[in-house]
Write a protein that binds this ligand. Structure first.
Ligand SMILES: [Zn+2]
Ligand SMILES: [Zn+2]
Length: 140
């Protein structure tokens, strides 16, 4: 692929151009596919049709997580199952919200969130088990 900043040919897996040090998809001067010049507001290269948007962050797992175990983990600690599976930010957010709401509502909302986190962990583990990629913030 081409560096989107300096048009240097770089490894297709490279996230940062070794020549200019710019991270891919942060600057849009050149199409990463064909190297023709593009502008920052372009979402698509008009020459070759390649999308110029950064790919969404997804997690895939070679290790299959047991939906049952992930559900149990998130049942006791909301977000734990999600964190184990790689959805760290989402898991942490779930945990913080459940602690906060738990204190404010004397455990009531914490209980509701615990169920949500459990169901979510089971569903996400199911998807990973089927070999599907899951977005970092994907729910259910
Ligand atoms: Zn470069
Ligand atoms: Zn192109």
């Amino acid at each position: 692929m081409h560096c989107m900043n300096c048009n240097e040919t770089i490894d297709s897996k490279a996230e940062i151009c070794p020549k200019c040090g710019v991270r891919t998809f942060t600057v849009k001067n050149y199409c990463p596919e064909c190297g023709s010049s593009v502008t920052a507001n372009q979402a698509l290269c008009v020459k070759c049709g390649t999308t110029l948007e950064a790919p969404k962050q997804t997690i895939t797992s070679n290790y299959s997580y047991s939906p049952l175990l992930m559900g149990i983990a998130s049942f006791f600690i909301p977000g734990l199952g999600q964190m184990i599976m790689g959805q760290v930010k989402k898991g942490l957010t779930l945990l913080i919200i459940s602690i906060f709401l738990g204190i404010v509502t004397f455990g009531l909302a914490g209980f509701v969130l615990m169920i949500v986190a459990t169901v979510d962990a089971v569903k996400i583990a199911n998807k990973l088990q089927q070999g599907r990629a899951v977005e970092e913030w994907e729910f259910f």
